[in-house]
Structures are given as C-alpha cells and as structure tokens.
Ligand binder design. Structure first.
Ligand code: 2AM
Ligand code: CA
Ligand code: CA
Ligand code: CA
Length: 282
C-alpha cells in the first residue's frame, strides 16, 4: 500500500496524498484497456485515465481547500495560447494548484514505465510546494520552498559535473510537429556532440525530478506548459540547481522553454543554446 499517506491538513500533506492516490490508480490502469483520443495533434494523446486522475486530484484538493484555485492540464483547451490564457487568468490567485495528472501519457499508453503525477502549489505566483510521484518505481519527490527537497525522506542534491562534456542531459519532444518538434530536434543536434550523452524519457516532470536527484546533469525542452514544469522547478531549486528559460532568464510560471541544471554547467548550457541559436526561437 502507500506508507506515506499523511492525514494532516498541511498543503504538502494534501499534495502528497493526492499524488500518491492518483499514482496508485494510474498504475492499476496501466496495461488495461482505456478510451483514448487525440488533442492538439495526431501524436498528442489523452486517455480516460488522464481525466480520471485529474478529477481525483481536484476533488481531494477541494475537500481540504475549497477556496483554492486549480489549473490542471485536462481542464484547459489544447494549445499554447489557451494554456497561456488560463495561466494569466489564474496566476494572481492567492493559492493556485498546478496539476499534471499524468505527465508522460504517451509512455503510459505504450507501457513504457516512465510517467508521473505532478502537483505544485503556488502562492501569489510563487511555487511553494512541489510533489512528483512515479508510481512504477514508487518514488515520491517532495520540495517545500526554503526547506529543501527529498526523495522518500532523503535529502536530494544536484550532481557535481562542471562541464557539458561530463554531463548526462535530457531533452524532449512535445507532440507539436509544426513548432516544438523542429525546435527540439535542433537543440538535440547542437547538444549531442557537446555532452556525454542525451536522454529523452518523455516525462518533463520526471526529468526535472532526476536533475534534482543528481541522476541527470541538466534538462532542457521547448514548448512546455506550466503544469509540466512548476513542481519540478522547485525540486531542482531546492536541491541546489538552477532553473531558467532557454535564454537564462529566471524561472516563473509562464516559462515554456525550460533549462534546468546542477548550476555548475548552467552558463555553458545557456551559452550553447543561445550562441548557436540552437532553439531557433531566441
Ligand atoms: P504529457 O504527457 O502530460 O502530455 C514530452 O516531451 C513532454 O511533452 C511530456 O511532459 C508531455 O506531457 C509534454 N506534452 C505533451 N503534449 C504536449 C503539447 N501538446 N504541448 C506541450 N507539451 C506537451
Ligand atoms: Ca497531455
Ligand atoms: Ca505534461
Ligand atoms: Ca499530462
């Protein structure tokens, strides 16, 4: 069962509870049959499990905090414009929960065991709690602003590589063939010869959690949404790493082109991405 479900009403406890409960349910549905549809593009998938998990998380949060606002992926129309609008309308809320019920839906659909539940809580636009749960590995990543970040109770610390040539770097390919795909292909082409190796696991949130845990030196991806990044950004920051956009500007909720690293390689990463205009979007 879930040994770390907490009954207290703290924000973090509710986030953990929601991520763990949704994660257990998602895992129980992996390999079963589920209804599936496409969203933004033919490659952009959504299942009834995404929707069910988001409902479950919403209900849990609102049971404890009925006056808090929630921004969840499956409650927003597909596409960058709609998500930017939804964030704009919500970001000044006193308490805003930012929820990705299944980050890595394509992996979930194919049975590739790399997906997660991502839940963040922002207070007046600043992320104060970040929880990411990987139900397959049963790994729970938790960060609280100013209090560090933990994986199952152990304090996390970013890795120590000091150059890209020693670094394991994750990238990603959001299912947007018009814009995000070519931009991220260009990033891959620029970074591949400079780093030790590239990885593309297909869950933005887990990539960020892995940077926090020191399992990846850095992660960068273009064309993401707030719910892909918010919880993971706090995990990285609270583990001693740096999170910016791909031009090196500090992270905030509206950042869609993310670069997260152990800090020591951040300048080299940003210089590489910007000097060669790797992203094609700077
Ligand atoms: P998802 O599985 O929650 O949809 C993989 O590169 C990352 O891209 C995943 O975190 C995935 O999240 C995200 N992603 C999927 N569809 C996207 C879209 N239409 N726009 C931007 N990001 C997307
Ligand atoms: Ca999705
Ligand atoms: Ca996502
Ligand atoms: Ca999702």
């Amino acid at each position: 069962k879930i040994p770390y479900v907490v009954t207290s009403k703290s924000y973090t406890a509710v986030a953990i509870n929601a991520a763990a409960k949704a994660g257990e349910w998602i895992k129980s549905r992996a390999g079963s049959t589920f209804k599936m549809a496409t969203k933004y593009s033919a490659q952009d998938l959504v299942t009834e499990v995404d929707k069910g998990a988001e409902q479950m998380i919403r209900r849990l949060i609102l049971t404890h905090f009925p006056d808090h606002a929630i921004l969840g992926e499956e409650g927003v129309e597909p596409g960058a414009e709609a998500s930017a609008k939804a964030l704009e309308a919500a970001r000044e809320e006193e308490f805003l929960w930012i929820v990705d019920p299944v980050d890595g839906t394509t992996n979930f659909v194919h049975g590739f065991p790399f997906f997660s539940v991502s839940i963040a809580l922002a207070h007046r636009g600043e992320v104060i709690v970040g929880v990411i749960y990987d139900p397959i590995r049963d790994e729970l990543f938790v960060a609280e602003k100013g209090k560090g970040a933990y994986v199952h109770g152990d304090r996390m610390k970013v890795s120590s590589e000091a150059s890209l040539s020693d670094s394991l770097v994750a990238i990603g390919f959001p299912p947007d063939p018009e814009f995000a795909l070519p931009a991220n292909m260009s990033v891959a082409k620029t970074l591949a010869p400079k780093v030790r190796n590239l990885r593309a696991g297909g869950s933005a949130a887990l990539h960020l959690a892995y940077v926090a845990a020191g399992r990846l030196s850095a992660y960068t991806e273009i064309g993401l949404n707030p719910w892909d990044i918010a919880a993971g950004a706090l995990l990285v920051q609270e583990s001693g790493g740096i999170v910016t956009d791909t031009q090196g500007n500090p992270y905030h909720l509206a950042v869609r082109y993310v670069a997260a690293s152990n800090g020591r390689i951040h300048e080299e990463l940003i210089r590489t991405l910007t000097e060669e205009n790797a992203t094609g979007v700077n």
